[in-house]
Design a protein around this ligand. Sequence first.
Ligand SMILES: C[S@@+](CC[C@H](N)C(=O)[O-])C[C@H]1O[C@@H](n2cnc3c(N)ncnc32)[C@H](O)[C@@H]1O
Length: 280
Amino acid sequence: MKNFLIVEDDELATPSVGPWAKTKYQIIYDYMVLFSSGMKKHWANRIYIDIYAGAGKAKIEKTNEILYSSPMLALKVDDPFDKYIFCEKDKKLYQALEQRIKNEHFEESHVIFNGDCNEIADTILKEIPQHSRKNNVLSFCFVDPFSLKIEFETIKKLSTKFMDFLVLLAFGMDGKRNITHYVKDNNKRIDKFLGLEDWRSRWEIANKKHINLVEFLAKEFTQQMVNLGYLEEAIDNFIAIHSDERNLPLYYLAFYSRNKIGYDFWNKVKMRNTDPTLFD
Ligand SMILES: C[S@@+](CC[C@H](N)C(=O)[O-])C[C@H]1O[C@@H](n2cnc3c(N)ncnc32)[C@H](O)[C@@H]1O
């Protein structure tokens, strides 16, 4: 893999991230390289969508190393995607991303939205070219929030296109810590995350059987994806990312495709980054 992980400071906004982000960037870059090159012959249009895009670079806490983050990594694959669609809510980060793309990748077809991806999902959809037999379109969407603040409705809308998803499930960072809040009837976070309102009764049963919350939520979320036509094997192919200090799983990268070929690529990436301690 090319060493895109340590780059120069350009003095644009660069958010701080934990050291474990390096592993995340390695994995997503690895996958994007395989996907974009592997699908080039078969699809006239390969679209990259990053709905929690960030600024394009990030700084590792303590070491101050600067890394390219997901949007810039996607732009740097060997066979660039045919179109890039980015969405970032924070104005400063959006402006930094816009400038970085201008500086390094202006020639690539791209659009950047400054907004809430859950509010502008329809606008994002309109940017995906129309699919036809002669001009087929396959999209890859990276969903990388800080917490479980994903809204399943947004994923459902985007999934009306041919689209694979890589979803960062921030269970360790968010779900476990806040569970006592989330299971309260008046808290809607998990309802929105799962796109369901009837999960509490199943959670009560699961809890009595000593099934842990992470496993429960992973299965419920994946079942929702299966209901949209994504393959069940997703659940067996999560990659756990740990914090360096206490080796606790912080989050999981969950890959969802409706096609076996997607899992061939993902499994290659997974084999290079195996972690047997899922759901501990
Ligand atoms: C964990 S960071 C991920 C950044 C980037 N993908 C990376 O590789 O580092 C999440 C980003 O999503 C942005 N964000 C949070 N909520 C959002 C929303 N509803 N719509 C779009 N962006 C959002 C945050 O400002 C932040 O930059």
